[in-house]
Design a protein around this ligand. Structure first.
Ligand code: GLU
Ligand code: ZN
Length: 277
């Protein structure tokens, strides 16, 4: 079955950009006789709040969405994430990293002049801590040794939105443009990338509808899927909803919160019109 998901983090109000993503995923599922799952991405327990989660349910229901219950909450799946990490650790593909942001900026700047290269997670990691892992997996931040993990392979996924077609990339391209990403943060025990990949597979997600800003991150997810023997869904990266100044909407941009439009008397049809659906 065509299975879509909407996966918000309960760290702030849903705004127009979220509404667009959720409605588009819902419409695509409906048009294909499928369903839309809801997943609460609350691995960052320092920022997740029950009140925001409640607001997410209220906003989505108001928009006309329905979803199977109970919903999957990432905070309940730590064991699964740790098990997957332990597997990668024992395959020699992870290493502990104790660098601060500043260490990384300094090391990344050292060899050449000019702006250091940015990847999906910020500065591309210069590899300072890269070692062969020995012993038990530590509780530190863990990075994926991308060269060992990709092993000269080529990767691909099918894209139906932005840049539609078969997207292909090589191990070398990934090493250059992504680098050794963090798969477990010290404070979370996991990462967005690892959790999303494991959960999409666990929930049987066949189609991922998400913002264009995640296009490069999708490449990380495709690499992880191959590494973990998980299927790769079809991706649909959509346009971003911008404000009048052309700036991307941020979570903290409460002015565009769905709840605010609701309070001002807007209807779900108005919201659809505002995002171009
Ligand atoms: N929790 C992520 C977000 O809200 C999910 C994005 C995704 O994987 O599609 O940005
Ligand atoms: Zn490091």
């Amino acid at each position: 079955m065509w299975t879509e998901r909407f996966a918000p983090s309960p760290t702030g109000p849903l705004h127009l950009g979220h509404a667009y993503s959720a409605l588009l995923a819902w419409d695509r599922a409906q048009a294909n006789g499928g369903e839309l799952l809801l997943r609460i991405e609350d691995i960052d327990q320092s920022r997740a709040r029950p009140a925001w989660e409640a607001q997410i349910y209220a906003d989505l229901a108001w928009l006309g969405l329905r979803w199977p219950k109970p919903v999957l909450r990432q905070s309940e799946r730590q064991d699964i994430y740790r098990k997957a990490l332990a597997g990668l650790w024992h395959r020699g593909l992870l290493y502990p990293c104790t660098c601060t942001r500043r260490d990384i900026a300094e090391a990344a700047n050292a060899p050449q002049e000019g702006a250091p290269l940015l990847g999906p997670d910020g500065l591309i990691y210069p590899g300072t801590c890269r070692t062969k892992p020995v012993g038990n997996m530590p509780d530190t931040a863990l990075r994926l040794n991308l060269r060992a993990a990709t092993h000269g392979a080529t990767f691909h996924f099918d894209e139906t939105g932005f840049n539609a077609g078969r997207i292909e990339f090589t191990a070398e391209e990934a090493i250059e443009t992504i680098g050794d990403i963090v798969l477990a943060r010290r404070d979370m025990g996991t990462s967005y990338h690892l959790s999303v990949v494991l959960d999409d597979a666990f929930q049987g997600v066949t189609h991922v509808t998400r913002g264009q800003d995640l296009f490069e991150a999708t490449k990380i997810h495709v690499i992880l899927q191959k590494l973990l023997g998980l299927p790769t869904p079809v991706y649909h990266h959509h346009k971003l909803i911008r404000d009048e100044a052309g700036k991307r909407l941020a979570k903290r941009d409460d002015a565009r919160a769905i709840a605010k439009y609701r309070a001002e008397g807007a209807t779900p049809a108005d919201i659809r019109k505002m995002v171009g659906l």
